[in-house]
Design a protein around this ligand. Structure first.
Ligand SMILES: [Zn+2]
Length: 402
């Protein structure tokens, strides 16, 4: 098996104002932990890809011409270094949490190019698992930047997968099914909206977002509430599973049964996982209390199940995560899982330039904190009830019954 890790041009991917230098930390820790070595005895062989920037044609498969002409033309921002105040750029969302920054057009092309190169490696049959930690920009809209996201790389990737064909054992071809699973603290509004439909006919794409939702919490979207099959606008292929504050391994362990039932009912060929780590304990948002570890329900446990037990081709993408050293810990650890070389959580952070940032623990683990899990048995039972009906609808629609 091969795992392809996308190494974008780190100086460019590190420009993102909300996550300045995070990409450098992530990729340097991955390297320092020895994960880039390719010994013959390793279960998986790692190939590092250096992506080319996305072309206008690539980006146009989703984004509008007006948006691309605006965001890719540096002349529109002449004389500006970085700007987030009121401006005539608001039409395209370039304000507040999505300021213009120098290098924006290069950043957009590089991030989209990195995720698309990772996708292509799966499509070409070169690998079973592709990783692009700089991707996962799940809030970007067709013609607007939003929520620190300027380019909808997840959508571009799913569209590329959707256009491909699966060859069956008898030589016949069919369209692939793609499951998009979003583990970020925030609802995947950009991706969910892009593929939402109220049609009951089987869709090629199913989106499932597990996130926090409460009044005033970003992003405000009617799709971010608990999916309800009795709702007239219910779409079994656009699913939302909001969790209350303090969500811990115990809660994720319980809802993971639902995730796997949805996966089994949909029977995907490809799984695109947005691994935003603002849902981990220690993130400045401080909302969930999820841990990186390898116990049941932890992020590592979930990703290990996807990579080793689901039997699909997997694209792992990054996303949110505002404690940069913890994001580096998490994505390096998930890389080790994808490679079948799972590191111990007690692994010492190697001595390298960024070492002081890993104080005070100086180890790989991102443990749970003290926040109480407010996902009550009553709430989780309601979630289970809704999703039992959803799984039935999916089985009827897809014709897959277990
Ligand atoms: Zn987020």
């Amino acid at each position: 098996m091969f795992v392809h890790l996308l190494y974008s041009q780190l100086k460019i991917s590190s420009l993102l104002p909300s996550n300045r230098n995070r990409s450098l930390l992530v990729h340097s820790l991955t390297k320092e932990l020895g994960l880039l070595s390719t010994g013959k005895n390793h279960l998986a062989q790692l190939r590092i890809l250096r992506p080319s920037p996305a072309t206008l044609e690539d980006l146009s498969s989703y984004h509008t011409k007006d948006y691309l002409e605006f965001i890719l033309n540096e002349k529109n921002f002449e004389g500006i270094d970085e700007y987030s105040g009121p401006s005539d750029h608001t039409e395209y969302g370039l304000e507040e949490d999505c300021p213009y920054f120098q290098g924006l057009s290069q950043y957009v092309r590089m991030i989209a190019g990195a995720t698309l190169s990772a996708t292509k490696a799966l499509l070409d049959g070169q690998t079973d698992i592709s990783i692009c930690w700089d991707g996962g920009r799940h809030h970007a809209q067709k013609s607007q930047a939003s929520g620190f996201c300027y380019i909808a790389d997840c959508v571009l990737s799913i569209l590329a997968l959707k256009r491909s064909r699966i060859t069956e054992s008898d030589g016949s071809g069919r369209k692939p099914r793609i499951l998009y699973l979003d583990l970020d603290l925030h609802f995947s509004d950009g991706v969910s909206q892009a593929f939402a439909s109220s049609s009951s006919t089987a869709s090629q794409v199913l989106t499932l977002s597990i996130h926090h939702a409460s009044p005033g919490f970003f992003p405000a979207s009617p799709l971010a509430t608990l999916s309800d099959p009795s709702d007239p606008s219910f779409d079994p292929f656009t699913l939302s599973l909001p969790l209350c504050r303090g969500a811990s391994n115990a809660t994720y362990s319980r809802i993971w049964r639902i995730v796997e039932q949805v996966k089994d009912a949909f029977n995907p060929d490809y799984v695109v996982v947005q691994c935003g780590v603002d849902s981990l304990s220690g993130d400045p948002y401080g909302i969930f209390n999820w841990s990186l570890g390898d116990g049941d329900g932890s992020l590592g446990w979930c990703i290990e199940r996807i990579c080793s037990e689901w039997g699909c081709k997997v694209l792992l993408l990054g996303g949110g995560g505002y404690n940069s050293p913890n994001a580096a810990r998490a994505w390096a650890y998930l890389t080790s899982i994808a490679l079948g070389r799972k590191l111990s959580l007690e692994t010492d952070i190697p001595d390298h330039a960024a070492f002081p940032l890993y104080a005070p623990s100086f180890i790989l683990d991102v443990p749970a904190g003290q926040t109480q899990d407010q996902n009550t048995n009553q709430y989780l039972s309601e979630v289970e009830k809704h999703f039992a009906n959803i799984v039935r609808v999916l089985q009827e629609t897809t014709g897959i019954v277990f």
